[in-house]
Design a protein around this ligand. Structure first.
Ligand code: NAD
Length: 491
């Protein structure tokens, strides 16, 4: 295969049935750079008919794709891998430009994309069935694991390429076809750029379709359409609930995978290494401006270390450079959009009105919100219970290990979490009592490994990603029996 070294173009169209074409809704999306407000491109949005075309194309293409060999599907991902390597700079530049990601965050996202692709190479050959015992003479019993069919993917803007691809890659590897609706803020990185990569890798037409549209027009239909067997949704709990309702009330019942919001506690116990805890809590809170579902959203510190922790934390965070995400020294870049900024400002105003101690703050400039730190925050305040999704850190005091655990669990969410202690046995006992899908001892709450489990409890979602967990989610069991000698029926 010859790799095309020219930068991709025409990323202002829909990608449906292997064709780059304009959307037919009559509406246009102006895709802008969150740092300087410049227009990146204008995309004519998809109509419900365009979405229908995409689902029909996926349904047709999937039937042949399911019959391809494991080797053929693995080879596709080998080609995707070499394109990701060849186009690393181009992809990172898109992530910085369209999502406001710092160079560090864009590189982390590229790495996640690459890791997911490596895992997808191995996935097709890991599908196993079963031969079962059965107590009927002359009968053989098998359970086959088959692709689900068409998968609908709705992704958010915060890690758009990785969060779309973490469904796309395993879905295709396991013999499914996909229709993706990226977020309005990230049509290119959340979908169109991935379509270019898969197209260049030789994926047959119809297996991956990207539909960029207005949710008021194609939001509900995306889930209600009869073609998808599963809607893989990553986004807010509010929208996730709506998707789940539609998935069971529509004409055809379907599976849902819901990866939703979080409010991760970072618990610092009385025997923690303070240097480790301060640096980890700051990274977990401020990486990508706090716009990550696993961000450390509440920092809960044992009273014996509390004052020193707050002082060291603020001293460290004060050094973070705020500004141009393309500058390698920048830690805090722009928030994604005005809505995110307004939500951040409302939360800051709420903390001030409640009289929490503002240890660090600063002036907002455009979509740049400097890091804010509030101490003395009660866990049951609306401020601590909100998913900040901004560079705003609430610090909470705990009077004992038992209280720290109770505070950590006092949230509607249960995605990720972290605990810091020098006693590893204590850390493990504590971790197992946290009501979350993921807990990390002496490390940040933001972790995603393509072959380790990912997913949440409580209002953080239903379902699991990565490795064998996503293999189960994107395939279905089919029980087949074979009667090889005639049976004696009672009548
Ligand atoms: P969002 O729910 O507003 O949007 C997510 C996606 O849903 C976007 O593509 C959006 O266009 C689409 N959408 C919105 N309304 C819709 C509707 N009525 N019908 C169909 N689709 C609709 O979330 P967001 O603001 O983009 O992302 C931030 C949220 O996502 C946070 O709560 C964050 O915690 C969560 N998130 C979770 C994970 C995870 O893995 N658990 C990962 C990243 C983000």
């Amino acid at each position: 295969m010859t790799l095309n070294p020219t930068a991709y173009s025409d990323l202002d169209r829909q990608f449906i049935n292997g064709i780059w074409r304009s959307g037919r809704s009559g509406k246009t999306l102006s895709n802008t750079n969150p740092y300087d407000g410049s227009v990146i491109n204008a995309i004519s949005l998809a109509s419900a008919d365009d979405l229908d075309d995409a689902y029909c194309a996926a349904e047709t293409a999937q039937q042949q794709w399911a019959l391809t060999s494991h080797g053929e599907r693995s080879a596709l991902f080998l080609r995707v891998l070499s394109i990701l390597d060849t186009r690393k700079e181009e992809i990172i530049a898109w992530l910085v430009r369209e999502t406001g990601a710092t160079l560090l965050k864009a590189t982390v996202e590229w790495n996640a994309l690459r890791g997911g692709t490596l895992e997808a190479i191995a996935l097709p050959s890991r599908v196993e069935g079963k031969i079962m015992p059965i107590d009927i003479p002359g009968k053989q019993s098998f359970v086959f694991r088959e692709p689900l069919g068409v998968i609908g993917v709705i992704s958010p803007w915060n890690f758009p390429m990785h969060l779309s691809n973490r469904s796309i890659a395993p879905a295709l590897a396991l013999g499914n076809a996909v229709v993706v609706k990226p977020a309005e803020d990230t049509p290119v990185t959340g979908g169109l750029l991935l379509a270019k990569i898969y197209e260049e890798a030789g994926l047959p037409a119809g297996l991956l379709n990207i539909v960029v549209g207005d949710v008021t027009e194609i939001g509900d239909v995306f889930t209600l359409h009869c073609a998808p067997k599963l809607i893989s949704f990553t986004g807010s709990t509010r929208v996730g609930r709506r998707i789940a309702e539609l998935a069971v009330t529509g004409k055809r019942l379907k599976h849902v995978g819901l990866e939703l919001g979080g409010n991760a506690p970072i618990v610092v116990l009385d025997d923690a290494d303070l240097d480790v805890a301060v640096r980890a809590a700051a990274f977990a809170r401020f990486f990508h401006n706090g716009q990550i579902c696993m961000s450390g959203n509440r920092i809960i510190v044992d009273t014996t270390l509390y004052d020193e922790f707050v002082e060291r934390f603020v001293d460290h965070v004060r050094t973070f450079k705020v500004g141009d995400p393309a500058d390698p020294a920048t830690v805090i870049g722009p928030l994604m959009n005005l809505k995110q900024k307004e939500a951040a400002l409302q939360n800051i105003a709420m903390a001030r009105a409640a009289g929490f101690e503002e240890k660090l703050g600063g002036e907002v400039d455009g979509l740049l919100v400097p890091p804010h730190v509030f101490a003395g925050v009660p866990n049951d305040s609306a401020f601590a219970q909100a998913e900040q999704f901004a560079p705003v850190a609430p610090i909470i005091r705990a009077n004992s290990e038992q209280e720290a655990l109770q505070l950590a669990n006092a949230t509607e969410y249960g995605l990720s979490s972290a605990v810091f202690t020098r006693d590893l046995g204590r850390g493990l006992r504590f971790a197992r009592k946290i009501e979350a899908g993921m807990t990390h001892i002496n490390d940040i709450s933001i972790q995603d490994s393509p072959f380790n489990m990912f997913g949440g409890e409580k209002n953080s979602g239903i379902g699991r990603f990565n490795g064998d967990w996503i293999l189960s989610e994107l395939t279905t069991d089919h029980w087949i029996t074979l009667q090889d000698t005639p049976r004696n029926y009672p009548f």
